[in-house]
Design a protein around this ligand. Structure first.
Ligand SMILES: NC(=O)C1=CN([C@@H]2O[C@H](COP(=O)(O)OP(=O)(O)OC[C@H]3O[C@@H](n4cnc5c(N)ncnc54)[C@H](O)[C@@H]3O)[C@@H](O)[C@H]2O)C=CC1
Ligand SMILES: O=C(O)[C@@H]1CCC=N1
Length: 272
């Protein structure tokens, strides 16, 4: 079904996440004439993308009507400063949708009238290949139609999950928001380890690139990750030798638990 909103969409900040969302919306058929980008430092690539689609993009775009959705996709510290500027743009049916890490519904609403509909969401960068996951929470002012609009926008780039308990957004940010970085670090380390073990950089890279189907297998299989791992591991074989290093004394588990706890703590700090 073609993606449609009840009015214009104002995208504030078209960087990595804002840009990924925008590409997904256009792929789902959102009319580019209804999209407006507010970004004073748009990258050359995003500027060219917007121009190619005839999307108005500047530091203060003029909208033909109050926006149906204002999507805040700037860094969390910028979001804080920007909210007072957003207030005059909010119309009667506008929903403010923020993806800024650690910015709570309460902090987002602080500079807006009490009646404004606000949604806080945490997407992730696999959105750029249409395979993201976004976890969202709505404030009490969000109507069923506004929720549908936010859901449609976020579903354009992957799965969407709505929660009622905002405290969940901190561990969500630590696991699914930041999570792709841990996987990419693993890929970086594996590539380097291959070079250290005698592969040429080209071969190490080639092997790393071929590993992404493991992610597809995990996504499509009915088996859990532990079973899929065991399926790779022949007793006394090569994988078992490697896993002994990673899993002995629960090394990998402890390291990842510490990493995720640090990210969740940072998310809570950003909220205060
Ligand atoms: N990158 C990621 O993996 C994820 C990021 N997020 C959140 O998304 C938000 C954006 O992150 P990224 O896209 O990674 O950052 P980014 O740095 O790629 O994009 C931010 C954009 O905001 C623009 N900008 C800066 N000041 C502005 C202003 N005053 N008005 C309008 N636009 C302005 C910049 O020019 C840039 O294009 C952050 O709040 C982050 O917490 C959420 C989930 C995942
Ligand atoms: O690192 C960050 O703060 C953001 C939130 C999740 C992914 N990137």
């Amino acid at each position: 079904m073609t993606l449609r909103l009840a009015g214009p969409l104002l995208l504030i900040g078209a960087g990595k996440m804002g840009g990924a969302l925008l590409e997904g919306w256009l792929k789902q058929g959102l009319d580019p004439a209804t999209v407006f980008i507010q970004d004073p430092a748009l990258s050359e690539a995003m500027g060219a993308f917007a121009a190619r689609h005839g999307i108005v993009a500047n530091d203060a775009p003029e909208l033909p009507a109050p926006p149906a959705v204002i999507l805040i996709a700037v860094k969390p510290n910028v979001a804080e400063k920007l909210l007072p500027e957003v207030e005059p743009m909010v119309g009667e049916t506008t929903v403010v949708l923020s993806i800024a890490a650690g910015r709570t519904l309460e902090s987002l609403s602080r500079y807006l009238p009490d009646t404004v509909a606000v949604v806080r969401a945490m997407p992730n960068t696999p959105a750029s290949v249409g395979q993201g996951i976004t976890v969202c929470i709505a404030n009490a002012n969000v109507t069923a139609e506004q929720r549908r609009e936010c859901d449609a926008l976020l579903s354009a780039v992957g799965d969407v999950v709505w929660v009622e308990d905002e405290a969940l957004l901190d561990p969500v940010t630590a696991v699914s928001g930041s999570g792709p970085a841990y996987v990419f670090l693993l890929a970086e380390c594996l590539e380097q380890a291959g070079i250290d073990a005698g592969l040429s950089p080209e071969h190490a890279r080639q092997l790393r690139e071929r590993r992404s189907p493991a992610g597809a297998l995990l996504a499509q299989s009915d088996e859990d990750a532990a079973t899929l791992r065991k399926n790779v591991t022949s007793p006394g074989g090569t994988t078992a030798a490697a896993l002994e290093v990673l899993m002995d004394e629960e090394r990998m588990k402890t390291l990842l638990s510490r990493a995720v706890a640090a990210a969740a703590k940072r998310s809570r700090e950003l909220s205060s």
